[in-house]
Design a protein around this ligand. Structure first.
Ligand code: UDP
Length: 388
């Protein structure tokens, strides 16, 4: 059901219906954002993407929100309709980007073009037509922590000053150019700086979002099922695929890197607050993550194995994980972020937002989705391969 009643922002002011141009609306984050906007608000969406599969359920005719969403199958690299759509809208949200680590070192040019060059006209149209811009960046702009350069046994490693990532204080620390992993972070950093400068010199109204490992249903793809069989998605989809196939989960370089995971539905709540509270969000860069949900990749593998056995009813595998080198798994030029804990001070203060879902719960709902959506198809694909 759609609630089209009066909406109020955090300051009690009425929020009028907005027309949002969402670029990358058909991706993982875009699909959840569109759902939220259609199901719980009165806002309208011009949904721009090269694929619409993940929002097909919102686009089929006859829904109560059907007059509030339109899909434009557009590649922003070369389509003059983009300018007109931005002109028509009240607010632009740019989610379009290559954002899977397996691409950063193997397709560095596509990565840089997608994250900087292709994002540039969007920023410029927003400046020219005086449109608010919410631009999606990444926690990866922080790169490595200061603490990662300390000796392994240094007591300072335990001091939050050496690892907590703060929007307005932490440096951006990337590896050398040969480590092409950082092509993504560097392109994102430059577009962030450009947007910030447009704000400073030309009064562009902007908000920058730095997602910290948002996860949930519809993230990435399962290789060979709804994505190319030779492609490598992000860790949630890699491990899900391994679990459904009954193969060991691959731990890259020992699985010692640490990540904090936030449930997509919690994170979308933060984005909606940015949309509806421009006075609180403009000019800010926000970490959006869950500092309480930290795991090493090895711990993530253990958790996902436990939860998947529970939701699928499968027995625990005899060999749950195997170690692989990053060279074997990603090829030359891979490097890693060691640890990513977001400081939450700014978003808490500005938007009164806090993440809610503990990591076990978000994994349970996500793996239930993976199992019901893909397990049969994976089984079928495996028996076909065997038969051949
Ligand atoms: N990783 C892993 N096995 C996999 C896929 C990823 O050990 O099958 C590791 C990867 O090296 C990184 C972490 O999991 O340390 C998270 O990777 P992801 O691709 O999700 O993206 P990131 O958080 O680095 O942006």
């Amino acid at each position: 059901t759609t609630r089209v009643g009066v909406r109020r922002n955090l300051d009690g002011e009425q929020v009028r219906p907005l027309k949002l141009c969402i670029i990358g609306a058909g991706g993982f984050i875009g699909s959840h954002l569109c759902e939220k906007l259609m199901w719980d608000t009165h806002h309208s969406v011009l949904a721009v993407d090269v694929y619409g599969d993940k929002i097909q359920h919102l686009l089929s005719p006859g829904k109560s929100w059907s007059d509030r969403i339109e899909f434009y199958k557009i590649n922003i690299k070369h389509d003059s309709r983009l300018e007109g759509l931005i002109k028509l809208s009240d607010l632009v949200i740019n989610l379009a980007a290559i954002c899977t680590p397996a691409d950063y070192n193997t397709r560095p040019l596509d990565t840089i073009y997608s994250n900087f060059i292709d994002a540039l006209p969007v920023v410029q149209y927003c400046r020219v037509y005086h449109k608010r811009l919410i631009h999606f960046s990444t926690c990866e702009v922080y790169g490595k922590t200061i603490g990662s350069f300390l000796p392994a046994d240094s007591p300072l490693k335990k001091d939050p000053a050496y690892y907590i990532l703060k929007e307005d204080e932490s440096p951006c620390i990337f590896g050398p150019i040969e480590k092409q992993r950082w092509s993504y972070a560097c392109a994102k950093q430059l577009i962030e700086r450009l947007i910030y400068a447009e704000g400073a010199e030309n009064d562009l109204e902007f908000t920058i979002v730095r997602p910290f490992n948002w996860i949930g249903p519809r993230m990435d793809f399962i290789p060979g099922i709804d994505g190319p069989s030779e492609s490598v998605p992000r860790v949630l989809a890699c491990f899900s695929n391994n679990l459904m196939r009954g193969e060991p989960l691959k731990l890259v370089d020992g699985g010692q890197s640490q990540r904090t995971f936030v449930y997509i539905k919690d994170a979308i709540e933060a984005v909606l607050r940015m949309i509806e509270n421009p006075a609180r969000a403009n000019g800010h860069t926000f970490n959006v993550g869950n500092p309480h949900n930290e795991l090493t990749v090895r711990e993530l593998a253990e958790l996902m194995t436990d939860v998947y056995c529970k939701v699928s009813g499968n027995p625990r595998p005899a060999v749950p994980t195997i170690d692989v080198t990053s060279m074997e798994f990603y090829g030359q030029g891979y490097d890693d972020s060691d640890k990513r804990i977001p400081d939450m001070t700014i978003i808490k203060k500005q938007l009164e937002w806090e993440p809610k879902t503990p990591v076990y719960d978000l994994m349970e709902s996500t793996l239930t989705y993976q199992h019901t959506t893909y397990a049969q198809a994976v089984k079928k694909a495996m028996s076909k391969t065997l038969a051949n």
